[in-house]
Write a protein that binds this ligand. Structure first.
Ligand SMILES: N[C@@H](CCC(=O)N[C@@H](CS)C(=O)NCC(=O)O)C(=O)O
Length: 335
């Protein structure tokens, strides 16, 4: 490894890790992708402030964690190629979609990963093999079993349960149908080059290709999404961002039916529960009861979206779009 390289401790099975890896590739930031294994676990732990991947280790020993702040930090040093459209309204929508990907699309990804035995088996054994690249078959099987037993009960952390399954699966179907339509004749979400939103969504959907159930859905029904995921593994610079008039016909339905109708109402209910000091909350989504544990992280990210909106200059057009898509009220500070 050259002294000037960053190390990304990550995993092929971690949506936030592959998100950051694609970003580093796009920006051509010198890096080494280092899959976290049992062998480098102690080294990882020495650097980790949180037990989470991705973790970036800089040449001077500095450490960064958490994918969104990692990208924000590296944007300052590597501003080109541009990650966001110049139009402040589009740049904001890109942040909003990234946030939706991280905080909501992670639910279907995680739900499909650990719900059905076939998917549990495929992912647990994949993670076990990646953690022990030179391991004996028996040891890998044992680790796979341990991972499966540890992860399946964690479904409730993301709110996946018999009760919420219909909402989570319908949201995933809706996202795929709308994204596929939006990608017709378009290389990336905002046109000919990737934006922050692409990196966030890619991370979650790439991992869905590792799970037989979602892999089948995506590969058999959504060729454009499959191709886009492939492109996002090595995103290229070169094209131009489109303007809102060109994007609106197929992007508005996604903003309206996913972010305005599901994600933001969920996020607001979560925030209220966090503020009230509750451990869980219950609400109606798509006319169905949806209960889950609170997420302090999602409550913080809603605040970040609000501050970002407040700081956006010339936001008349943006507020119009958000209003039409049912997204404005939750994104405005009320007190
Ligand atoms: N908000 C964080 C989330 C990171 C995260 O949840 N990482 C997961 C994998 S995707 C993790 O490290 N889980 C614990 C583990 O794998 O040991 C980010 O964007 O980086």
């Amino acid at each position: 490894m050259s002294d000037q390289q960053y190390v990304i401790f990550g995993s092929e099975f971690s949506p936030f890790s592959v998100k950051v890896r694609s970003y580093f590739r796009y920006k051509q930031i010198p890096h080494e992708w280092r899959p976290r294994t049992l062998d480098n676990q102690a080294e990882f732990q020495k650097h980790a402030k949180l037990p989470l991947i991705p973790l970036i280790l800089g040449p001077s020993g500095k450490v960064w964690q958490d994918s969104t702040p990692i990208i924000e930090t590296f944007e300052k040093t590597y501003p080109a190629p541009a990650l966001q459209p110049d139009d402040p309204a589009l740049a904001y929508l890109s942040c909003l979609i990234e946030d939706y990907a991280d905080e909501w699309v992670n639910k279907p990804m995680f739900h499909y990963r650990w719900w059905r035995p076939e998917d549990q088996e495929a992912v647990a054994s994949g993670i076990a093999r990646a953690s022990m690249p030179n391991g004996e078959r028996e040891a890998i099987d044992q680790l796979s079993d341990t991972i499966r037993k540890r992860m399946v009960p964690r479904l409730r952390f993301v709110g996946s349960s018999e009760q919420t399954k219909p909402v989570i699966e319908a949201s995933f179907d809706n996202l795929l149908a709308l994204l596929d339509a939006h990608l017709a004749g378009r290389r990336y979400l905002f046109g000919g080059r990737p934006a922050l939103a692409d990196f966030g969504l890619f991370g979650q959907l790439y991992c869905c290709l590792q799970q037989p159930t979602t892999e089948k859905i995506i590969r058999q029904q959504y060729a454009r999404i499959t191709d886009w995921i492939d492109r996002m593994l090595m995103p290229e610079d070169g094209g131009v961002f489109e303007d809102w008039t060109a994007l609106a016909p197929t992007l508005e339905p996604l903003l309206k039916t996913e972010i305005g109708a599901i994600y933001l109402p969920w996020s607001e209910a979560n925030e209220q529960a966090v503020r009230a000091g509750r451990e869980d909350f219950s609400m109606t989504l798509r006319d169905q009861e949806f209960s889950q544990q609170i997420s302090k992280y999602a409550a913080k990210s809603l605040q970040v979206l609000r501050s970002r909106l407040e700081k956006t200059t010339e936001r008349q057009e943006l507020e119009g779009i958000l209003q039409r898509c049912g997204c404005l009220q939750p994104l405005v500070f009320t007190s």
